[in-house]
Design a protein around this ligand. Structure first.
Ligand code: ADP
Ligand code: NI
Length: 217
């Protein structure tokens, strides 16, 4: 897909006001970090189409149900930004598919992942781990009123949405439930390498956190 700089600027202008209002961990800074990390991975992978990767990084959270009041609103937002790009029908359809493949809470493990989608999905997952991932998890935990930690529920690996809404949820549990599993879901070689570094950092953080909690460090 041949993307022009004006299309990137159009996408940015269209979505920025929406993401600047977000407080759920998908704010404009998240979009910008994913954009930079995706471009970094793109270069590491030797993938030639940097602009397509950049555009997809900008759009990867647009139309994600959980960020909008309703599914209709989500679809409207996606349609509006796509129309501002003036793509032909087949390019628009492949961009839609790529965006759909990136949502990881939806668990869309598509077999036909394009290289651009693989890069951006890895970049999005990288933003949930490492130092940034730790910061995002504690911010989100504060938002939903989670405790930092509780001995009895620190190693539960699979929590229901309902459990998250009760005091059973802790931020440290979220590391076991999701964040420490993400490195094994990376698909690009450079994504795997970056994920390993972030994973080790995060694992060390959790180990130290629990030692401090128990008065052992
Ligand atoms: P996505 O699937 O796009 O990462 P989420 O809404 O699941 O979106 O997560 C947004 C951010 O909030 C991520 O960094 C994630 O790790 C964090 N997060 C999500 N759920 C929890 C939770 N229950 N406790 C702590 N952090 C969470
Ligand atoms: Ni994202």
């Amino acid at each position: 897909m041949n993307i022009h700089p004006e299309q990137i600027a159009a996408a940015e202008n269209c979505i920025r006001p929406f993401f600047e209002r977000d407080h759920s961990g998908h704010d404009w800074d998240h979009i910008q970090r994913v954009r930079r990390t995706a471009l970094f991975l793109c270069r590491q992978e030797g993938h030639p189409n940097e602009r397509a990767v950049e555009l997809l990084a900008l759009l990867h959270d647009v139309g994600d149900d959980k960020l909008y009041a309703s599914n209709e609103e989500a679809q409207k937002a996606l349609a509006s930004v796509l129309s501002s790009l003036k793509l032909n029908a087949s390019n628009e359809e492949s961009l839609r598919q790529d965006i759909h493949c990136i949502s990881f809470s939806g668990g869309h493990e598509s077999k036909q992942l394009s290289k651009e989608a693989a890069i951006v999905r890895d970049a999005d997952r990288l933003d949930a781990i490492g130092a940034i991932g730790i910061a995002r998890a504690f911010t989100y935990g504060g938002l939903i009123g989670s405790k930092f930690y509780h001995e009895d529920i620190s190693v539960r690996e699979c929590m229901t949405k309902e459990a998250y809404r009760t005091e059973e949820s802790t931020v440290i549990n979220h590391f076991y439930e999701k964040l420490l599993k993400l490195k094994d879901l990376m698909v690009t070689d450079s994504g795997k390498k970056a994920a390993q570094l972030r994973h080790d950092y995060m694992q060390e953080f959790v180990t130290q956190f629990i030692k401090e909690w128990k008065g052992q460090a």
